[in-house]
Design a protein around this ligand. Sequence first.
Ligand SMILES: *Cc1c(COP(=O)(O)O)cnc(C)c1O
Length: 400
Amino acid sequence: MMTFEELRELDSRYVVQSYGRNPIAIDHGHGSTLYGVDGREYIDFASGIGVLSVGTAHPKWAAAVAEQADRLGHVSNLYYSQPYIRLAESLCTRSGMAAAFFGNSGAEGNEGLIKLARKYSWEKYGEGRGTVITLDRSFHGRTITTLAATGQDVFHKYFFPFTEGFRRAAPDLDSIRQAAGHDVCAVLVELVQGEGGVLPLERGFVQDLAKLCSDRDWLLLVDEVQTGIGRTGSLFCFQQYGIQPDAVSFAKGVAGGLPMGGLLVNERCRKVFGPGDHASTFGGNPVSAAAACAVLDILDDETIGKVEEKGRYLRGAIEAMDLPCLGKTRGMGLMIGVEVAEGSSNKELCAALNQGGLLSLTAGPGLRFLPPLTITKEEMDKGLAIMETVLSRSKGAHHG
Ligand SMILES: *Cc1c(COP(=O)(O)O)cnc(C)c1O
């Protein structure tokens, strides 16, 4: 096996250096425990980036992937096959949505939402109603269109011209009303903004927004790429907000590590896409879909029911450490944001945690933890112990 140094050397020579990688090479793992190429143990509070919803190498997931790979690894969308159909049925039944479309990533799911809203509106009202309102601090992906939709200026550089037809608003009804116009067809939101800093939208605002959308015949589009598949304590986060979106995107956690994304539509949007309107060569891939069916079997109501409690346990323990470098915690379920005190850098703290054996993430100006939903109490406690040791050594805010 190659050593970390050999891997780093080859990576720098042959791979486009578009990622700021941690100096760690992961080899294998079980559940929420991973092992480096040097045999070192890491506790996983990141799940990739919210992807490993059932942890690493879950036996049911691994068996489903192996069996499907052995039977049928690909078939085009010009034919029927069982895995994507079972998956669509399961997602719709458990979410109350009407129908699914499958692609490969979060950005592709969101592109689908935007195309859906524009076609819905075109068919009803004709040209000139293609604008989608998105929120400050949102993140919707890395394609030219989803970057344009992303409500953070740092993403709007170099790649001009961006796609037209996006207008930004603050997460309050007045700001949305100001952004409104006769050209609007939809509002796209993350209910808990992930990359922006783990910022849950206010329940009252979301319910008012749903009403405004229905009054104006705008589609309410929810980006559940990060919040979906149990992450916040229900299969989809919208189920806790008391709203019924017109369409929802999903990706990260859905196939437990294999590439898959897509969208769910409600009854009124079921017929918007007809043959030829939207497609994806790899969409609904049998191996990814079989993996996703296994993920949904593992994440039954009882397992998802424990997510809220696990999140509360972690947040309580982090706050009880009372570390000078950290501030308040926030989030929903196992999507946890932690404020970083003035004078400390979230990037430095995150790097120290990773080096200390706890895989962690940043979001906005804070830290972010997205452990596998199947994480055990023992693994949580190991991770918390690492956090306390590493961060009580780190230079915190020394003022007051
Ligand atoms: C990660 C993420 C995306 C982009 O997903 P990709 O699979 O990287 O394209 C979009 N929206 C949200 C909310 C995300 O967290």
